[in-house]
Design a protein around this ligand. Structure first.
Ligand SMILES: [Zn+2]
Length: 140
């Protein structure tokens, strides 16, 4: 940008022409700010108005960098597969009379092998089967 000064041209808003037009600087406020300008178009002198700085698009919102979510079902399968991988020997046959502990792998006649994940109360356990969680009775 060329240095401003009296006699130099500047494009600024003319309040009469209602347009951004070339003006001749007739007075300076300081070394960088014109004080009065003469419109080349309508030849009127008016106070220099600083250009409104166009604000960089406020819509500069962060693009949603959403973490890839692991679905609950995937999680369950992961837990289940992990438990099956660690299982050595056979699952304990599920029996309502037997007491199971967290970490036990049981064999259910309907759901197949499952990992005891939670002890809900003295008679209920939460068991992770492949892709599903079931609450089973035990210790009856
Ligand atoms: Zn003008």
């Amino acid at each position: 940008m060329s240095k401003l000064g009296v006699g130099k041209e500047i494009v600024t808003y003319c309040s009469k022409c209602k347009l951004d037009l070339a003006h001749l600087i007739v007075a300076m406020k300081d070394t960088e700010t014109p004080h009065k300008v003469l419109c080349n178009t309508c030849k009127s002198t008016h106070a220099y108005k600083a250009k409104k700085v166009a604000s960089p698009s406020a819509a500069r919102k962060k693009a949603g960098t959403r973490k890839k979510r692991v679905s609950t079902e995937d999680k369950i399968i992961n837990i289940w597969e992990d438990a099956m991988a660690k299982l050595d020997g056979d699952p304990i046959k599920y029996n309502i009379r037997q007491k199971f502990e967290i970490g036990d792998v049981i064999g259910h006649p309907t759901f197949g092998p499952g990992l005891v994940e939670k002890n809900l109360d003295a008679n209920k356990i939460e068991v992770v089967f492949r892709g599903t969680i079931k609450v089973l009775m035990h210790n009856k």
